[in-house]
Design a protein around this ligand. Structure first.
Ligand code: ATP
Ligand code: MG
Length: 504
């Protein structure tokens, strides 16, 4: 099935998010859409999927103009979508989520739970997915949750599948699997629209690439285009893909974790008696395959986990057991892995989110009232400095594009006077230009004498920023190595094969 968009325009107030966009996706084509944060990619896809209504323009399926007013129209027309932020209901089972909202599919007829179960099994078998129809969604790793969304689209017989940044939350292995699935779907004639910020993936699977900047199509290029060229087409300037790290003197230990254990709600240890320290002026990266305790360890460092044992000394002061607020105020900046859950309050304005944990301090407050003028002026300053794309700092933060939300968290946390920065997947969802900027800022924190603990599943990021690298495996720190380690050695460690120990 082919899909064509003609002169699609969408405005929000005086802001034009999509400006006369033309796009044609051929049958069985993988069509990548590249563009910086806030370029208008998700907006365009939400229009195709019926979640937003375009101001003007046409959508054609197999050369015929169709009207899409809501997602069930889209599904009926054969268009399925996997969203940037999943739309599953966490407390429902996989099968319940798939039945929900849409009663009828072509091949499987009316969907009840029983048919959904067998449909899930059938589709899973076709693609070699391992998905239990009766599993509760919130207990599943993100990679599997995403497969649930793909399975849903397939059960509804999507002929055009929209994937909005599907790889942002996946491990490299899961990403490879997804790329493989995409090729299989393509071989069966499915057309795919693929949105990602990772240029390597685009070059690997795409047949055609369209580049959007500030709501306009600015280029259509082939996947042979080099990464550097793609990057500069996207952001309109050359991007340095490898940041420069200056040699400098590393200071004394500033944060020391001793026998730190984190338990989950069932009492099982997910982080097991780990010991490490970070020095002032140093980046300690914590690497590992997702799901080996890194997320919990990061959260534990600001007491965001419920069951923590052991000790966390910040400049010699015990902070384990403090409140989250107390930990932040003791001198830790925290960029959480999940900006939606731990980083932002969606209904608050962008300006308010930029001062979330400072709101009770001068100069923002006088007595018990927030000083609105100062809050707004400070917000404008940060928006400029961090190049956050928005219409007004008074808008709810939930109106921002994914990458711009992330920039709000980063802007806030990098503006506080702290001793240690704990950054968990800090560049997830950011475009290449913003990644370059955030990497420079993280190194600036290091150069200013702060300790940085970087949790990242991106090997490139770890290699580019780290002075030392701790590798986690099954809740333990298997080894801490110097940054001159090779990728191969690091890969082995991440797979659980221990090597020589350098320093703890
Ligand atoms: N409901 C809304 N109200 C106001 N502005 C909006 C709304 N939805 C989107 N926007 C604005 O439209 C612009 C495009 O957003 P969109 O989510 O399409 O970007 P994107 O290209 O998907 O970016 P990212 O790579 O960060 O996900 C952004 O500046 C965003 O703030
Ligand atoms: Mg988006």
């Amino acid at each position: 099935m082919s899909l064509e968009l003609r002169r699609i325009t969408k405005t929000f107030g005086s802001f034009t998010a999509n400006d006369e966009i033309n796009l044609r996706v051929e049958t069985g084509q993988i069509h990548a859409i590249l563009g910086e944060n806030g370029a208008g990619k998700s907006t365009l896809m939400n229009i195709v999927y019926g979640l937003l209504k375009a101001d003007s323009g046409e959508i054609l399926v197999d050369e015929k103009v169709i009207d899409i007013s809501d997602p069930s129209d889209a599904l009926r027309a054969g268009i399925g979508m996997v969203h940037q932020h999943f739309m599953l209901i966490p407390v429902f089972t996989v099968a319940e989520n798939i039945v929900l909202g849409h009663e009828k599919t072509g091949k499987f007829g009316a969907l009840d739970i029983e048919t959904a179960r067998s449909a899930i099994r059938e589709v899973s078998k076709d693609f070699g997915f391992e998905v239990d129809p009766d599993a509760i969604v919130e207990t599943l790793p993100v990679g599997i949750q995403q497969k649930v969304e793909i399975i849903r689209a397939l059960i509804y017989e999507a002929k055009v599948l929209i994937l909005d940044e599907p790889t942002a939350v996946l491990t490299p292995q899961e990403t490879d699997e997804l790329l493989k699935t995409m090729r299989e779907l393509k071989a069966k004639g499915t057309s795919i629209i693929f949105i990602t910020h990772k240029l390597r993936e685009v070059r690997e699977v795409a047949d055609q690439i369209t580049i959007i900047r500030r709501g306009k199509v600015v280029g259509a290029v082939s996947p042979q285009t080099s990464e550097g060229e793609l990057a500069s087409l996207m952001v309109g300037r050359t991007v340095d893909l490898a940041p420069e790290k200056h040699k400098h003197k590393i200071g004394e230990p500033i944060l020391v974790a001793k026998d730190l254990t984190v338990r989950n709600a069932l009492g099982a240890a997910v982080v097991k008696k780990v010991n490490f320290h970070v020095n002032a002026g140093e980046v300690l990266a914590v690497a590992g395959v997702q799901g080996n305790g890194q997320s919990e360890l990061a959260r534990a460092l600001i007491n965001l986990e419920d069951h923590i044992e052991g000790s966390i000394l910040l400049s010699g002061e015990e902070i384990r057991g403090k409140s989250i607020y107390g930990s932040l105020h003791a001198g830790i900046a925290f960029i959480p892995e999940s900006r939606e859950l731990d980083g932002l309050v969606g209904s608050f304005s962008i300006a308010e989110n930029l001062i979330l944990d400072l709101h009770d301090q001068a100069p923002y407050t006088k007595g018990i009232t927030l000083s609105a003028g100062v809050v707004l002026a400070e917000a404008e300053k940060k928006v400029k400095e961090f190049d956050i794309r928005l219409q007004s700092v008074s808008d709810a933060v939930s109106t921002l594009s994914g990458g711009n939300k992330q920039k709000v968290v980063i802007a806030r946390e990098l503006s506080r006077p702290v001793k240690v920065l704990v950054a968990s997947q800090p560049t997830r969802g950011l475009d290449v230009g913003s990644i370059e900027f955030v990497h420079e800022r993280i190194l600036a924190e290091r150069d200013a004498g702060r300790g940085v603990i970087l949790f990242s599943t991106e090997l490139d990021e770890v290699m580019a920023l780290a002075d030392r690298i701790a590798v986690m495996y099954r809740g333990e720190i298997l080894d801490i190595v110097d940054s001159n380690v090779t990728r191969e050695e690091l890969g082995l460690l991440m797979a659980g094969v221990a090597s020589k120990r350098v320093s703890a």
